[in-house]
Design a protein. Structure first.
Length: 239
């Protein structure tokens, strides 16, 4: 749906319409951080440490930055087509919605012929050196974790027409997964399931092949509630 080109003046480009937009520095850093953590939730603590390192900011700053980024991507907090919210935890980007495009990667819509073999070899050498430097900078920013950063480890499970992304090695997430997999009423849905010591967090959204998707349904459930009642409630609201 979108190409994200962090080194370009207009960093995001709509693949269908060709529309280009310029992001603020904070929006660009946030999107780069989210795309570097595929299938994983970026916690609010990690966003603080990566984008506002050494500064005192409230959670409202993160909420505002995410809302502004969603607006640029034609997304909303209600639909959550591109950026999903994990209640009380953080955010993640939905698969296959945004491609990270580096400046020196070949472009399908910009092609220039080379005149001589010498010029062609020199151009490839310069591109290789630039790409190595750029990758080193991106690696340092994205993959060198801060001491206080905490990252959730997730697993993806496919069952018939449904997809479940759950917190790895989490008893309550696996227990709920086992109950939901056997529900024949649930079809063509994407589930996100995680928990902490006191609550179980669930998000479900219907899979769509078109650009427009339905609104996601989010749950925040007391972990002591009977799993059968929790399962029935989720089935009724997500089917």
């Amino acid at each position: 749906m979108w190409d994200f080109r962090p080194q370009e003046h207009s960093q995001i480009r709509n693949k269908m319409s060709g529309e280009e937009k310029r992001l603020t520095k904070t929006e660009s850093q946030l999107l780069l951080l989210l795309l570097s953590n595929v299938h994983q939730v970026v916690t609010k603590t990690e966003i603080h440490n990566k984008i506002w390192r050494g500064k005192f900011v409230s959670d409202a700053s993160i909420t505002h930055a995410v809302a502004s980024l969603r607006l640029a991507l034609n997304d909303t907090a209600e639909e959550q087509c591109i950026i999903r919210t994990v209640p009380k935890v953080g955010y993640f980007v939905v698969d296959n919605k945004i491609d990270l495009v580096l400046m020196n990667q070949p472009s399908t819509y910009l092609k220039q012929p080379e005149k001589t073999k010498k010029f062609k070899l020199s151009k490839k050498f310069l591109m290789l050196i630039s790409l190595i430097i750029l990758n080193l900078l991106l690696f340092w920013f994205l993959f060198i974790p801060s001491q206080t950063a905490h990252q959730l480890s997730m697993s993806k499970v496919y069952s018939q027409t449904n997809t479940f992304t759950i917190k790895r090695n989490d008893y309550y997430s696996k227990l709920l997964l086992e109950k939901l997999v056997g529900q024949s009423e649930l079809k063509n849905l994407d589930f996100y399931i995680t928990s902490n010591k006191v609550r179980l967090y669930v998000s479900c959204a219907r899979q769509k092949t078109s650009v427009i998707t339905e609104q996601s349904v989010n749950f925040s459930i007391d972990i002591k509630r009977p799993i059968a009642k929790v399962t029935n409630e989720i089935v009724q609201k997500c089917q």
